[in-house]
Each structure stands twice: as C-alpha cells, then as structure tokens.
Design a protein around this ligand. Sequence first.
Ligand code: AMP
Length: 514
Amino acid sequence: MPDTARAGSSRSILIADGPRAAAARTPDKLAIKEGERQLTFRQLAERIDRIANLAHSGLGLRHGERVAILLPNRLEYLELVCGLSSAGLAAATIGPAASGPEIRFICEDSGARVMFVDPALADAARAAVPPTMERVIVLGPEYEDLLARAATTQCPVSVDERDIFSVPYTSGATGRPKGVMLSHRGRVLSAYCMAVEHACYTADDRAIATTPMFHGAGFLMALTPIFFGGSVEILPRFDIERLLDAITSFGATSSYMVPTHFAALFALGEKAARYDMRRVKAIISGTAPLAQAMKERIIAYFGEGKLWERYGTTETSIATCLRPADQLRKLACVGLPLPATHLRVLGDDGAEVPQGEVGELAVASPYMFSGYLNLPEATAKAWKGDWFVTGDLARVDEEGYVYLVDRKNDMIISGGENVYPREVEEVLLAHPAVAECAVTAAPHPYWGEAVTAFVVLHAGQDVTVEALEEACRARLSRYKVPKDIRIIPALPRNSMGKVLRRALRDQLRAEAKP
Ligand code: AMP
C-alpha cells in the first residue's frame, strides 16, 4: 500500500479534533459560555494550541505523563483537557471538594509534576501536594500570562487515539480510589454514539453542563456538544433555579441531569411552572437509579418524547439507554445496549445465566477504559477477556431490555433471603409523601441483616412510619418490608448525586456495636 494511503486511513481521532474542526468551519460561533465569560471556536482552538505548547515546550512535560487538575466546572476545563491531551498528556482530575489527603493521593498516584488549580483552591492545593509536585499554576493572571507567551502553532507531539487523555478517580467506596484511564478513542466514539442516539448534539444544538467535570460522565457531557460544533454553557455547580434559568435563557436543546436534580426540581413546587421547556429536545438522566414514579413526573414536566435514561460506569462509559418511547412501557428499566455494545449476564460461576435471570452484568464495547492506573491486578480482575464485569446485578427481558437490580455489594441477606434495596426503594418512592430514600442493611442478631430504610419527605408533607410500612406490605413479600424506617432530613450523597448507601450501612453497623 502506498504510504499516502496508509497515512490517510490511520489518522487518529482525538478529543480536540472536534472543536478544532468546528473552529475551521464556524470560527466566530460561540463554543463555551460560563457566566459572563465566553469563548468562540477560534479562541478555543487557539487556546488549546497554546496550552499544548506551554505543556510541551514551556513546562517540559513529556508524552504519557499526567497533569493534575483541581477545578470546579469552569470555562477553562475543556481547553485544558483538550490542550494537555494534544501534547500527549492525561489530566488526572480532582474534584473541587477533595480533602487534603485525597489531593495528595491523586498527585502521588498519577505522578503529576504540574497542577492547574482554581484560585479559590490554591492554598489548599499548595498545602496538600507532595514534594514531587514541581509547579502549581493558578488560573487567572498567572495562567493567562503563561498562555500569552506560548506558541499558537500546532504542538509537535504525535498523539495516538489510544493514548490516555484523562484519569478520573473512582469514589473508592471499597479500598483506595482507582484512577480510570480513558483513551481519546473510547471517549470520541462515546460522543458519536450519544449524538446518534439522542439526536441533540448537532452544530445547531446547545447544551447545559452542570454535573462535575472531574467525573468521566460530567466531562463527556460538556465535551460532546462542542465536539460537533454546537455550544455549551457550563454551570459551576448545581442549583436547580440556575439550571432552569440557563436552559431557557441559553435556548438549550438538551441537558444531562442526575436523579437528585429532578428531586430538586419537583421540590420547587409551583415555581417550576414559570419555565418554558418547549425548546428542549432531550433530558438525559444517568449515574444513579431514576425511580419510575419520578420518570412519570419528568415526562409530565418536560413533555413526551424527551426523557432518556442511561446506564454506564466510569469504566464502560455509556452501556445502555432507555429511549423516550419506552419510558412508560418498560418499567424501572435502563433500556437496550448502545450500538456496538455487547452485554452478558453472568452467574457466580462466570457462565451466562438463562435469559430473564439475575446475574452480574458484563459489558464489551469500543468505549471502554484502558485499565486502572498503577493497578495491574485490579485491572486483570475487572476484565474477563474483552468483557468488563461491572459489579451491577441485572436481568434482561425477552426483548433484550436491561433491568438493573442493584449493586452486587449492596444486596441484603435477611433470614437467608436476598433483598435488593432498589426494589424496596421503588415502593417507598411511589408514596406521595416520599421525596428520596435509601435502603440498606442493619446487623441483626436473628435475621443476620435487617432491611432498614432512610426516608426524606417532601417539604410540608407528613406521614407516619406505620403508613410507610403499610405501603411496603401492600406491594412486597414480608421479608422485604423494612424492619426499621427512619425519617431523616437529607441523604448522604457524593458530588454526582449518588446516594452513599454504604455510609448509612456503616452508621447502622456502628450503632449495633455494644
Ligand atoms: P460511576 O462509575 O461512579 O459512574 O458509577 C457507576 C455505577 O452507577 C454503576 O455501576 C451503577 O451501579 C450506577 N448507575 C449508573 N447509571 C445508573 C442508572 N441509570 N440506574 C441505576 N444505577 C446506575
């Protein structure tokens, strides 16, 4: 084959290729907005080049290294990750609420020599970083000055699509946080898949990104709109009224929301009716279970044909998706596998279970992670050949739709019977007084584990524990009915809005100790 043909067919696709191409097509179009600050595609592409050159020539960072990023959602997030990865560097992303030891851990584990930090977090970062950190660059004047002095020519590093562009850290509910290595190829293919599936990421579309960008999903939801030449407004943190204001004033055609965001929406009561949602084409929910009762309210609020629910993990990216037409037809379901995604449901022996039975979900697709940083054993354990074993229990119906039963580790064994917390939560959430709930296990001398529910009520609502028990008894087998229901003001959650069931379980264990 002549060399020219090979060069043409083997060109890698990188996450910065989308915004760069958009800069050539529509240079003066708005790419990113955050508050009063804005970047056109021309400005964005130029800044991406400057960052790549700053990292490579100015800071002397080399292909394959990691750079720490400690930022809330802000305008510079996308340019930094795109720019660094154009120089073959991966962003080790740290959440803005990380503690000193967490910051230090990620810096040490990633081996980062340079960190980019938000001005409000600079002191905390300097106090936390290990001695191996050579430079902490604060966004604002210091960063702008460095960029102004960097070249705008294309960075000379040759980057491959299988190179790692970011390393978000999993929450580390069990053991130490794991750095999930994400490749350009996996993320770009995920973006294409989202665009095809949701049909809301054309150059004419506009999205709001409000979930934290240090997470794999949060970053993808901010990158995808600009990858295809559309515009994105970044919200620094979640606030339901700001989100609804932004959707209407920015003319957004889509937004990604997590289940707690919807709970906040409906807690607004009549105020929610003030907003005109007619331009919205897609409301996408993911990250945590979306109760069926909530889906019905979302459809009533945003209109039919707009709600998508997705399931995935940091490692797999998006694996399944429930389309709008199926929302009320397939109850408590996360839909069908995405294009080019294969699923298996495995029994304890690692073999596939018969269709319809519950087992552990394994996923194979081109969107997946490339292993855990510095953890070859954990990486080997997570993969069975090409298949990533998720730790989620699921079943698949006769039409191939996936139902997530629960996390394998969250299953409760009470009197020898398996209880999946989610099933009990769905029943409690269907009660009109219940806004949120989490079900977990308390140690119990007779039952082994006792099903225990923590319930948050809608503001102004009152209900007795007996009435909630009665609602459970009406719909659940006796052994699944919570032995203890506690009404509390709020549930513990992580920054993506996931309920920390394990924190509640630990609390119950501590209470049970003599
Ligand atoms: P993370 O890697 O932090 O994004 O967490 C991934 C986990 O979130 C999955 O293994 C699931 O347990 C859970 N999850 C993600 N999406 C959904 C969903 N749509 N419904 C229920 N659980 C979900």
